[in-house]
Design a protein around this ligand. Sequence first.
Ligand SMILES: Cc1cc2nc3c(=O)[nH]c(=O)nc-3n(C[C@H](O)[C@H](O)[C@H](O)COP(=O)(O)O)c2cc1C
Length: 506
Amino acid sequence: MTLERKPVAFGDLRGWLGALDKAGELHRIDAEVDWNIELGTVARLAQGPGTGPALLFDKIRDYGENARCRQVFAGALSSYRRIAMMLGLPPDTHPRELVQLGRTILTGAIPPKIVGTGPVKETIVKGDDVDLNDFPVPQWNRADGGRYVLTYGGVVTKDPATNVMNVGVYRGMVAGKNLIPMLMWRAQHIGHHATAWQQLGHNEMPIAVAIGWEPSLDFVGGAPVPKGLCEYDVVGAIRGAPVELVKCETNDLYVPAGAEIVIEGFLSFDPATFLPEGPYAEFTGYVAGDRSPKPAIRVTCITHRNNPILRGTIEGTMPGSYSENSVTSSIMRAATAWNVLDRAGVPGVTDVWCPPVQAGVNTIVQVKQSYRGVAKQVANALWGSSAAHVRYKHVTVVDDDIDIHDYAAVDWAIAFRVNAGEDDVVIMPSTFGAGLDPSVRKRDRNVAQFGTGKWHRVLIDATINLDYDPDPDLGGARFPPTVRPEQRDIDAVKARWKELGLDGKK
Ligand SMILES: Cc1cc2nc3c(=O)[nH]c(=O)nc-3n(C[C@H](O)[C@H](O)[C@H](O)COP(=O)(O)O)c2cc1C
């Protein structure tokens, strides 16, 4: 089935807020909330398991009438309804369909349009006047190493050879009036750019962060857009109109003209300038980002709209409270895995899902088996891909009669179709893996020493084993039938359902 998308250009963050409000998806908090721990705790508790509203905090302690910025917005993408809205789909579109769409959504391209100026230039603050403390940056969690201003901003850098820009979501902490140390992994596209600038002899590179615009910028910035493709092009395709960009004041990067806040500056590669960053409540749901010296942005300018709204997010998922990163990742990590399987030529894949509570560290693949060993082919293909770096640690493969969006169905398949003595559980030891996973011993997640973490991966083959002999007593089947009545028996009973007094009862 092909989904009919009606792309929506919300205009800016305020247009998106209006749409959310109209759809009953926005909750405004007028009561004063403390930026210090309280705001983050409210955001975490309110998001629920993908059920909470988007939150606009209107009154924040210490940031009253005369403050440069007085509002914080969070939680917009922690719900499949709102992801569907962003994509121009009916809000009740099933996540299964969002995954299907996710398989192609990053390949669209409508190039951005450069404009002379825009609302983000309403106020320009440069040099000594720059003070990140002017913004109500939350101390999101008590355990965080500081106040995180970069949680869901689009971090813009460019390839010095091609000038193609990249927009990615990377965390960053306030470490002074104009300093933001950040988690920059060399394997990410920002890291590729850093390496390219360094190889040309530079000890810093231009950087800008666009905070608060249409939701597609956050969504695409946090998704694995292929290297060399500019996220602005993809965002244009999602909203069906070019992104209007303005040039930064103090470097030659471009940012959305209608962004709420833009932080401009330079990211230094000189270890002498590194600043302590972390720990941070990470996507795993653990406070797992170690405090260590990291490259820092030296902020040269901040531009913002009048009464800007600071867009942020509470990171880290736990049962009952799913972060925006987890919910969006559950779509895009599943879509990416499916594309990997297709490219590897694995036949008969009928569904892929990454439940949001772990967003693809455990991945479930549904297949229509046509020969023996398909599950192992699935695991080999996924684990051999670069997409497996921080995901797909545990892969469960089921047959196409198992609904992978139903935990009970998957559990049932694991209970009765898995036999560890028949090679249905396979461990692939000592592969690359997420350095943030607390189940890995500390030595093995030492990214500084090994470049990445170490994962022992597991395949659970919960498909019917085609290596079993066909049973003549079962008409040649390898497994007995389930207890589900035959359709003719179901139909006969359903015809009498009302008569039996069971109408309205399952
Ligand atoms: C809320 C949020 C926070 C994230 N924080 C980081 C981070 O600190 N460092 C990082 O490398 N990736 C982080 N990611 C994941 C990246 O955004 C993601 O891998 C994306 O593909 C990076 O862009 P790139 O592919 O252009 O490098 C985060 C994602 C989200 C949604």
